[in-house]
Structures are given as C-alpha cells and as structure tokens.
Design a protein around this ligand. Structure first.
Ligand SMILES: Cc1ncc(C[n+]2csc(CCOP(=O)(O)OP(=O)(O)O)c2C)c(N)n1
Length: 312
C-alpha cells in the first residue's frame, strides 16, 4: 500500500467512526427513525476491503460496512438524511440506515435477508465474465449470516463457475446475542466450500488490504472466488437499543486494545506517514454541517408514499 492510499484509508475509517458517533447522538436525541447500527471496531474490515478494489468493481455492503460506502463516494449527509427519513435522502424516507445503493458508484443496496446478497453478487460476477470485463464483485457476511442457505448456494455457484467474487466473512463474535459456538460447527473459514480462503486479523487494516488485493488478483486471473475471513469484534450491541449485557466485559477490554484506528496509525508511523493533524477537526466540522442540513431537510409528502415502492 502506498502512502496516498494509506492516508485515504485512514480518513475513511475515521470518517466512519465519527459519522457513527454523531448518529448515536442523533439517536439519543430521538431524531433518528429507529436504531443505529454501528461498525465500531470493524472499520478496517469494511474500509480496507473496499479500498483494495478497482473503480469499476461492484460492492454490496451490509449494516457493518458503512465504511465501504464512504470509500466508494457515499457521503455522511446522505447517511444522515437516510437515518432521519427525509424526502431528499437516497431512498426519500422509504428505507433506513445504510440501506441505499448507487449504481454510479458501484454500490448495490444492502438487503435485510442475510445471505441473499451472495447469489446476487455471484450473478453480478457472472455478468462480468460473460461480457469479458475485468471486474470483481464483493460482498460481506457475518458469522450468523453465513449459516443461511443462500450463503451456501451463492458461494457454491461462484466456486463451480469460477466467478470473480470476493465474500468477506466478518467473524465478529456475536450474531445479535448468539456467539458462533452456539450456531455453527467449527470455524467460519471452514465454510469456504472450495473458494480460495484467507483468514486475516480484521482489525489490521494493512493486512486486510493486502489480503483483499491478493483475492482480487486471483479473481481477475480467472481463478475463482475468495472467501476472506476477517477476525474482528463487534464493540457495540447489535444496534444502539442493545446494551450488550451478554458480552463479557473482559472480552471487550481485550479487543479495545486492538482498535483498528490507532493500530493503523502506528503502522503508518513506522513508515513515517502521518495523517494531517487537523483531519479530525475538519471531518467533525463537515459532519456538523451535514447533520444540520439533514435536520432541516423536508419530510416526504404523504401523497408520494407509494412512489418507488409499488409499480404503476
Ligand atoms: C435470513 C435472516 N435471518 C434473520 C435475520 C435477522 N437478523 C438481522 S441481523 C441478525 C444478526 C446477524 O449476525 P451476523 O450475521 O453475525 O452479523 P453481525 O450483526 O454480527 O454483523 C439477524 C439474525 C435476517 N436479517 N435475515
């Protein structure tokens, strides 16, 4: 990874963290419609995977992958408008949190049915191959989501067809309140079904980036899909309404020492690379302005209710 990429990656991770912190404030003020789903501690897994892609590749994120959307050009203002349900947001108040896509940026909207995006992205990858395009499709799945039939069907299809698909497995300790040993036999990596498998420290942004770049290269060479397992930890509850009382505080304390942001800063410092000292303040100012603009944005008009929902 070169210096410029590292600095952009750091900025994307910091922007993700600060955006989600501001969302929590809006949630506590009763401004968001519904809960806030965070990726605290998982920013490297979301951002570094997306950062290793090419501009024509396509991603399909889940709720812990807001950072990947920022890497692809989504903006905090869009995210605030979405969480506040406003008419000028990406789905005009029809959807919540990061459930929005952008064809221009190569983002396919998250789907709530876990696992469902894997066959969809296998199809996207198949279309790339059929058209002879050098592009890769990527999506993410949690440990809980990897127990669905759709996960197995989609990945199996991609393996058999040797499709340019990267599935990032987020082994983050819990699915709602269920730890992996209560819902899966063995480890997540054993679910690769013959896909090229790499397991990395998901809190090490540089390692995640390098592993994704390797997986992508294999895809471009026609060697078939990769299942990239990132070992990380969900540092908050499932969402802000969940106080995660079922998580052993010692485990949280242990993972806090592996926070991906200071770790990546230290990795950069070893190379003599330093983020701009004013970066955090600049991002905060941008977020403040974006949140204020979103709070002033209009609500959807009742008569538009069916627009974009039902076909005419
Ligand atoms: C097929 C399906 N079953 C159940 C749910 C409800 N659900 C939403 S999130 C979630 C937990 C997901 O856990 P995991 O896949 O480990 O991801 P994480 O939340 O840890 O990122 C569940 C069960 C769903 N969205 N889709």
């Amino acid at each position: 990874m070169d210096r410029e990429t590292a600095l952009r990656l750091y900025e994307a991770m910091l922007l993700t963290r600060l955006t989600e912190e501001r969302l929590v404030k809006l949630f506590r003020q009763g401004k968001t419609l519904g809960s806030v789903y965070r990726s605290l501690g998982q920013e490297a897994t979301a951002c570094a995977t997306a950062m290793a892609l090419g501009p024509d590749d396509v991603i399909a994120p889940l709720i812990r992958n807001l950072g990947s959307m920022f890497v692809r050009g989504a903006t905090p203002k869009e995210v605030f408008l979405q969480y506040l349900g406003r008419a000028t947001g990406p789905t005009a108040g029809r959807e919540h949190n990061n459930h929005f896509g952008s064809v221009a940026r190569g983002i396919i909207a998250p789907t709530s049915m876990l696992g469902a995006l894997i066959p969809v992205m296998a199809g996207v990858a198949l279309s790339f191959r059929q058209k002879g395009e050098r592009r890769v499709a990527m999506t993410w799945i949690g440990d809980g989501g990897s127990s669905t039939g759709a996960f197995y069907e989609g990945l199996n299809f991609a393996v058999v067809q040797k499709l340019p698909l990267i599935v990032v497995g987020e082994a983050n300790g819990f699915a709602f309140s269920t730890p992996p040993d209560r819902q899966m036999a063995g480890r997540m990596a054993q679910r690769s079904q013959g896909a090229f498998n790499l397991t990395v420290d998901g809190n090490d942004a540089a390692a995640v980036y390098e592993a994704t770049a390797q997986a992508r290269q294999r895809c471009l060479e026609g060697k078939g899909p990769a299942f990239l397992v990132c070992e990380t930890f969900r540092m908050k509850g499932h969402a802000e309404h969940d106080d995660q009382r079922y998580v052993d505080p010692a485990l949280l304390a242990q993972w806090a020492t592996r926070d991906p942001l200071p770790r990546f800063e230290a990795w950069m410092a070893l190379r003599g690379w330093k983020p701009d000292p004013s970066l955090s303040a600049r991002l905060e100012a941008r977020l403040q302005a974006a949140a204020e603009a979103a709070l002033e944005a209009p609500w959807p008009m009742p008569e538009t209710l069916t627009r974009g929902v039902f076909s005419t």
